[in-house]
Design a binder for this molecule. Sequence first.
Ligand SMILES: [Fe+2]
Length: 321
Amino acid sequence: MLLDVRPMAGRKLAHFPGDRHIPLSQLGRRFARLPKDRLIVVYCQFGGHAREAVGLLLDRGFTYVAALEGGLDEYSRVADPSIPRYWLTPTAGELVLRQFPRTDTGCLAYLVGDPTEGEAVLIDPGIDVSPYLQVLSEAHWKLDAIIETHTHADHLAGHHELHRRTGAPIVVGVRSPAAYPHRALEEGETLRIGHDEVEVLETPGHTRDHVTLRVGQTLFTGDTLLIGSCGRTDLGDGNPDLLYRSLHEKILRLPDETEVLPAHYGTRHALPERYVSTLGFEKATNEALRLSTLEAFRQYMTDGWPPKPADFDRIVGANLR
Ligand SMILES: [Fe+2]
């Protein structure tokens, strides 16, 4: 059985279906109700309280107990990103991140919010904007900006609809050919989320207008760097030479512990079960990064990619209008 030892507040956001709930503060009084002949996996938000609870249960004569290492937060990061990763009592200044995977297109959208200020931004929203609107209204957050890392060629994006529904401005890279009203950011410019900021790094290659977004130690790499691979350069105005430079002269110069959150999963050789990575892990394993010469990279970007989507011109047109 699964046992949640978080305070009640934590459960309002997410918990495992069918679990039991006894807050750690009450476990010393209520442990007698738990079965001693079944495995109990104890969990909390980050793992620390669960380990404490396991110690307490072992002292009380339980044998089959274990803590979920890393807690619900880690489980959400590596196993099931549909579970919200944010928590109700964030440390002051701590941003909240929510990843939205779309199984039909393999796209990943992100909501980054400052719970203290009640402000959030959305990165690369999909065409169905209802999940974002639901989270925004549940958390009582105001949407400050809708950021497109680049002009998407493989799917219709949700920036227009989200702008229509929330009034939030659409923010793109300075090289975007967008025909709609937008704010264009160039290299080094920042955008505020509450007390924090999003920094823009221009990373052309997958498309000319591509930007990567840096928030503290987290990098929203769009399709510049995917998990295990990189975005293709044969749709629209992509260019392998530019992508090689963006990867090697900009992205790879950041610290290894930088968290990598891409805009796609499951394309080509990306690992479908994992939606988050680190630069260190990618440097060691990513096949696109292991090609140390531009010639080898050009070859890689030419061979073996799936056929171009038949309607990518129409999609690009719709996303830009
Ligand atoms: Fe893309």
